[in-house]
Design a protein around this ligand. Structure first.
Ligand code: NAP
Length: 274
């Protein structure tokens, strides 16, 4: 049984990106990430803090654009247009969720598709679905990196994803399909989920429900990627019951799995986007 070490993978990626950033700087090219944060929700603050920290670690400049909860759609759109026009800014992230008074889709649709390092725009999603990805969302990219770090060949495997969100489930489906897996995606209306997950060589759990995937839901030797981040009694708990370690061939822990890897994937995109 292999506990997939997200921290070790993240350190390896960080070293590679730092070298690329240094090489780009020596040629006078500098990446810069702009992050827009509205309000001071503790989870959003943490996500943004981690992204800013990750960019500092690899030597990428970051700009944090803070707005109060009272910000208007126009003010946010004006800021995005300003960042779109700024040639020194190579990537723009809008931390979600935004306040109810703001239409998230309307705001994110204003980000220049070439600076959309979240990869959530219709253009980037379309390229991904066509099998010609450009800017791929960081968490799905991190999921693939974690699976590949085990040495498992994805081609020909049956991968089952639990969760069909635009942020995790759907883009992960596309990335696995591009690597020639046979992919099944489950969601809240799927019947007999355990029967389906028990057929999986690779399981990706992105449900948002603590310990949703239990040992009886996996087959012996499956590779299990736990994307879930749930706060339970002050602790971080994944979507997979850690007791699967007795059955899985490889498993990503929470914390220490996907979370630390996905931030580095944004930095990877920023350097490749130069
Ligand atoms: P989401 O948008 O809430 O989507 C959850 C998905 O799970 C939906 O497709 C939903 O089905 C499905 N689902 C809910 N209850 C279910 C049930 N009982 N049986 C089967 N499927 C069910 O969540 P998300 O944004 O994808 O995030 C999922 C988890 O990953 C969360 O814990 C989140 O915090 C974590 N996350 C981690 C990272 C990271 O980098 N580590 C990044 C993003 C998210 P329907 O579509 O039918 O509603």
């Amino acid at each position: 049984m292999q506990i997939i070490d997200g921290k070790a993978l993240s350190s390896k990626i960080r070293a590679e990106i730092s070298a690329q950033v240094a090489e780009l700087k020596s040629k006078g090219v500098e990446a810069c990430l702009a992050v827009i944060l509205v309000g001071n929700d503790p989870s959003s603050e943490l996500y943004v803090k981690n992204k800013v920290k990750a960019s500092e670690e690899v030597g990428i400049k970051s700009i944090l654009c803070r707005f109060p909860l009272t910000v208007t759609e126009k003010e946010l759109i004006d800021e995005i247009e300003r960042l779109n026009a700024d040639d020194t800014v190579s990537g723009i992230l809008v931390q979600l969720p935004l306040p109810d008074s703001i239409d998230e889709k309307k705001i994110t649709a204003h980000i220049d598709v070439n600076k959309d390092v979240d990869g959530f725009s219709a253009y980037q999603t379309g390229l991904l679905c066509l099998g010609t990805p450009d800017l791929v969302p960081c968490t799905p990219q991190g999921i693939i990196a974690l699976i590949e770090s085990t040495g498992v060949k994805i081609a020909g495997k049956h991968a089952v994803i639990v969760g069909r969100s635009n942020i995790v489930g759907r883009p992960t489906l596309q990335l696995l399909l591009q690597r020639d897996a046979t992919v099944t995606i489950c969601h809240s209306k799927t019947k007999n989920i355990a029967e389906i997950t028990r057929q999986a060589d690779i399981i990706v759990a992105a449900v948002g429900k603590p310990c949703f995937v239990t040992p009886d839901m996996i087959k012996e030797g499956a590779v299990v990627v736990d994307v879930g981040i749930n706060a339970v009694d002050g602790k971080l708990v994944g979507d997979v019951d850690p007791a699967v370690v007795g059955k899985a061939s490889a498993y990503t822990p929470v914390p220490g799995g996907i979370g630390v890897v996905s931030n580095m994937m944004v930095m990877d995109l920023l350097t490749r986007n130069q």
